[in-house]
Design a protein around this ligand. Sequence first.
Ligand code: FMN
Length: 500
Amino acid sequence: MAWKNLGQFLGALEEKGDLLRVRSRVSPRLEMTELSLRALRSDGPALLFENVEGSSTPVALNLLASQRRIASALGATTIDEPAERIRKLLRFRPPGGLGAILSDPAGTLEQLGQLRALAPKRVGKGACQEEETDRPDLSTLPILTCWPKDGGPTITFPLVVTRNPETGDQAVGIYRLQKYSSTTLGAHWQTHRAGAENYRRYQRRGKDGERMPVAVVLGADPTTVFAGLAPVPEGISRFAFSGFLRGESLPLVPCRTIPLEVPAEAEIVLEGYADPKETRVEGPFGDHTGYYSLPEEFPVIHVTHITHRSRPVYLSTVSGKPPTEDAVLGQAVSRLFLPVIQAVLPEVVDLDLPQEGIFINVAIVAIRKSYPQHPRKVMHALWGLGQMMFTRYILVVDHDVDPHDHAEVLYRVGLQADPGEDFEHVHGPVDQLSISNRVENQGGKVGIDATKKWRSEGYPRPWPEEAVMDPQVVARVDELVRGDGALTRFSRTRPARPGS
Ligand SMILES: Cc1cc2nc3c(=O)[nH]c(=O)nc-3n(C[C@H](O)[C@H](O)[C@H](O)COP(=O)(O)O)c2cc1C
């Protein structure tokens, strides 16, 4: 079943005991950050702040800050279920192949149904337009100031909708927006993002007086919020991807004053425009690196109209050093998109993006190596794949190494990668938030081949054999510890990681 809207999802979480209503008065200035991070770090529930200092609108935080809530947001019990649907979709051959229909008619119909759900459906009326005003005042919204030295209160979890002026295609992405005044916001779409590309298109047109329409959706059904950050291949609409995940088309309504469409069931929609000639300093902002991003020029969004439900909830999130909600989301994204990577690189057995690597810094990939220098082919292919281009360190291990077991991976890197031979240094685009590169948006990256080396790869010595116990002895000792009470604590387990 697809979640109709945010309210319905919050209700379901509450029924499961996975939502806490915070009735004490809490300030959106810093206090909500501190409380939500404490809740997240104790694997706590989502939070609904009902008594918000300075605003009558309740605030939802930590909505997708656990794998169980993300799975539930995608209508599943684990992320592997939607990942499997993506895998099946990628394998699907269109019905032109009669053989496919004949061999699996039910499967074919199911796939066709899923494809039909991709297209959003236009509806005439939406709850997001129950009320509206053309005298917008952003100061009535409970916009969080997350960290003490932030440049200002910042909308952190918006779906920002823009349009390619040439094709008319809409793009949707989550980009934070710093509040400058009661009607203006700074649009922090980083240079590689679709929003930034659309803005550059308007700049290139250079038409006198032409303004770029922008809609900002604050709070939508949880699947659509998730789709807003998912690294979908370029050209695929995130509203369509939401439809696929929901198994049901996403209803969209036209905005009241600008030519853009937004989810009909959203909570609040800001309508406005960006002037292709106008920028202003945005930041600093306590970012998901755990550092303040430096103040920088970004476009300004003028909010000219607001529509909303009659009793909206304001959805927000808090960035910072991991673990944070976006780090949790990053891990879910890597599970969900593994089938997409495997469709291009079938040798990839598994992939881990450790939270500590903030998605962009570290990827660990286990591959079935089948020819000399195979790991380097995988590194370059990953650097060429959408947002994987930002990955600063790619660690490649053999297929029998669990990439999620970081102790094992460090063991393999330290032992099996020769720093003089097995590092692949490259230079290229890096994420705008990366800090150690000398020039913004570009810098070094390294791939580390921690697989076992072969003679054909130029390794001249025999690769030593790993010392592993004789399986018969293992079985005998298993039997022994099962039968001897004093020894049962020595039954086989994986070595515990300190702090895990
Ligand atoms: C909570 C959160 C906040 C984000 N904030 C920003 C941001 O301020 N600027 C930005 O460019 N990307 C931000 N992102 C990342 C983008 O939303 C994400 O990379 C998305 O896939 C970009 O899509 P695009 O390349 O189609 O524009 C954020 C992601 C999350 C989860």
